[in-house]
Design a protein around this ligand. Structure first.
Ligand SMILES: [Zn+2]
Ligand SMILES: [Zn+2]
Length: 257
């Protein structure tokens, strides 16, 4: 089994300080490739640097919607330059977070649109962060329809109804360990209707370890196998078949070898 953690934050302090151990444990568990996601300029640079140390590691770079208020024209210019690096396989995470509201909505929308423009110019896929802003996110994406080839909703927290809308637009859906939680019925119903050629997995570590490891404070890529096991069972699929299918989907989406 060779799974790809399509969204992790390996440069965050708790993980980077033991990154060699994190990678050894991940490989041993069958999670053999990683896309580490930058959330601001400092993390973007760290993410690209880290990919130089591990063969199957790639980076996604962007400015998190939380930090939209700090994004200037200069930031976007730098982001575009950095994304030319051959280990950068996606733009993001970008999108709208109306739960924490750490930046004004108008700033979030402006920066989100700018990310879509950069991704379109460079023909890179986009990782969307969407929290309590589903309709607004779809509206921004509709305004840029046809410009960005591939879009994934990461850490999907919507309903089956919303998943259907996302799929109809041709977008992809990625689940974290949150889908394994006992109180995650709505997300589980959504996961049921997402076909494996549109479904990807991620840890979003260091956050949110999956069941039955939920008590482990620090999540890491090795634990993603529990999410894979859970979803294979939910979809009444053999684990290996499920893993092969979503790994193929992830490789196609991010253009990995
Ligand atoms: Zn996110
Ligand atoms: Zn994230």
């Amino acid at each position: 089994m060779e799974l790809i953690d399509t969204h992790c934050h390996l440069t965050f302090n708790d993980l980077i300080r033991d990154v060699d151990g994190v990678i050894v444990r991940s490989k041993a568990a069958g999670v053999t490739s990683w896309i580490t996601v930058g959330t601001d300029m400092q993390e973007n640079l760290k993410a690209i640097e880290l990919t130089g140390r591990f063969e199957n590691m790639y980076a996604a770079i962007g400015m998190h919607p939380h930090d939209a208020k700090d994004v200037t024209a200069q930031t976007l210019k730098e982001l575009k330059e950095l994304s030319q690096n051959k280990k950068v396989v996606a733009i993001g995470e970008t999108g709208l977070d109306y739960h924490y509201n750490l930046s004004l909505h108008q700033d979030q929308r402006r920066v989100f649109a700018e990310h879509l423009r950069i991704a379109a110019e460079l023909a890179l896929p986009v990782i969307i962060h969407c929290r309590k802003a589903f309709d607004e996110t779809m509206e921004v994406l509709d305004n840029h329809a046809g410009q960005v080839e591939k879009i994934v909703f990461h850490c999907f927290s919507g309903s089956a109804e919303q998943a259907k809308i996302v799929l109809e637009k041709g977008y992809y859906i990625s689940f974290t360990g949150v889908v394994t939680f006992k109180n995650a019925r709505i997300k589980q119903q959504a996961a049921k209707i997402v076909p494996t050629d549109r479904l990807m997995l991620e840890t979003d570590c260091p956050y949110m370890s999956p069941e039955p490891m939920r008590k482990q404070k620090l999540n890491e890529p090795a634990l993603m196998v529990h999410t894979a096991e859970y979803l294979a069972e939910l979809k009444e699929m053999d684990l290996t078949d499920f893993a092969d299918a979503i790994t193929a989907t992830s490789k196609t989406f991010f253009g990995l070898p």
